[in-house]
Write a protein that binds this ligand. Sequence first.
Ligand code: ADP
Length: 341
Amino acid sequence: MFHAARFKLTAWYLIIIMVVSISFSAVIYRVLTMELERFGRIQRYRIEHRLRNDIIIPLDDSLAPPQMLPIDDPELVNYIKHRMLVTLIIVNGSIFVLSGLLAYMLAGRTLKPIADMVDEQNRFISDASHELRTPLTALKATLEVNLRDKNLTAQSAKTVLQDSIEEVNSLQSLTDSLLTLAQYQKPGAAYQFETLDLNALISEAVKRVAPIAREKNVSIQQSAIRGNVTGIRHSLIDVFTILLENAVKYSRKSGTVRIRIQHKDKHTLISVIDRGIGIADKDLPYIFDRFFRADSARTAYERDGYGLGLSIAQQIVTLHHGTIAVISTPASGSMFTVTLP
Ligand code: ADP
């Protein structure tokens, strides 16, 4: 598809260039032939004028002064016109070849970002379909098996329904995350940035993760938070919620999660530090990739998460012209740092 589009665009570029070049050549040809004819007429007039006044023109043309050349000679005029035409055809032929090559290169450059975006979208759709298909197939199989079971008691049916609802809830959160991710990947979307109190943003995120922290008896400690950031309120709360949720999720029971704020060179650094399972070096380059989950996370928290949180966080931080980085040691803990301008 990319190649067909590239050839089409090349053809369009070439058509435009050649239309301009040929029109220009036609104008040049027309103007020059008109000038040639006019020059011929003037020459004829001059020669006749001098003959009338008895000025002797040498018989040998080669000895004649340049202004005496018989330029109105139709043969010579046709010869000059022919030469001009040939030259213009050669020039246009060269322009055709050169601009063809240039147009092909230019078309490739123009289409590359579009092709990359289409590839990315296709990958996104296929990843999302794959992630949705697996739990849906499992859910369908469970329901079918139980439906065929003649000895299924009301109590077991209730348990199956309860499990199914949990599965559906989890799928719902997956589709919500996919929608969020798609929303932030939309090119050219306009966002309303405002000045926000950092303390209020972090407090809201802490409030959101408080239930799961309580469940695991993990305490969240934060240093004094001062300062403002510019951005989208709900998006920044989402970023801190994702980081805090991960920190709690991958912490051991009764662990501690710390939030640290630093101000450096007109930037605000917000770090979320945990003493949890950490991330292996081999996994670190991939943890911001869509649907990536480290093996340690998969074994310990099989059904808890789809590997979308950090991708969403990264999209949001990039949108705010910031960066997100991680330092981690397996079995010792991780530190995620968001730097905002
Ligand atoms: P998930 O829903 O799996 O948590 P994320 O995108 O939020 O998805 O995280 C991707 C992966 O990065 C996780 O599966 C986990 O392996 C790793 N990870 C993220 N945060 C932490 C953390 N604080 N400690 C250890 N591993 C983490």
